[in-house]
Design a binder for this molecule. Structure first.
Ligand SMILES: [Zn+2]
Length: 134
């Protein structure tokens, strides 16, 4: 598993090799935010892994100041899901990373084959996408 982003002091942080189960809550969040067909597709796990990779890549992109111009100001506070799940779920960092994942996955062969919708909002309006994908 890859987890990346900035810590509370603004330092880049990447964790590689952490292993953990994909919880039903995470699966539900991905299905809801990416507008995936329900019931699950045949290539569901493959698709989920691409979305998760896109999401974590989103955190890496957020850590690059160049991308702040692309997405506008992102609230960089980090919330721990076990401490405050809703604050974590609706934080700028998580919603923006999901927007980035939606952009990436919708443009892949698999995403197009499965008709995963590309966000209709440009990067500076990623919050508009987030409002309709919560
Ligand atoms: Zn995240």
């Amino acid at each position: 598993m890859l987890v990346g982003g900035l810590d509370d002091e603004g330092r880049p942080v990447v964790h590689l090799g952490t292993k953990g189960p994909l919880t039903q809550a995470v699966r539900d969040r991905i299905v809801r935010r990416m507008e995936l067909p329900v019931p699950p597709l045949a290539k569901y796990d493959d698709l989920l892994m691409r979305i998760i990779f896109g999401h974590e890549l989103g955190h890496v992109l957020q850590a690059d100041p160049e991308f702040e111009n692309l997405f506008g100001t992102i609230d960089r506070r980090t919330y721990i899901p076990e401490d405050n799940y809703l604050a974590y779920l609706y934080s700028d960092k998580e919603m923006n990373a999901d927007y980035i994942a939606a952009c990436l996955v919708s443009s892949t062969d698999l995403g197009q084959k499965l008709a995963i919708p590309a966000p209709k909002f440009p990067p500076l309006q990623w919050r508009n996408w987030a409002v309709t994908h919560h």
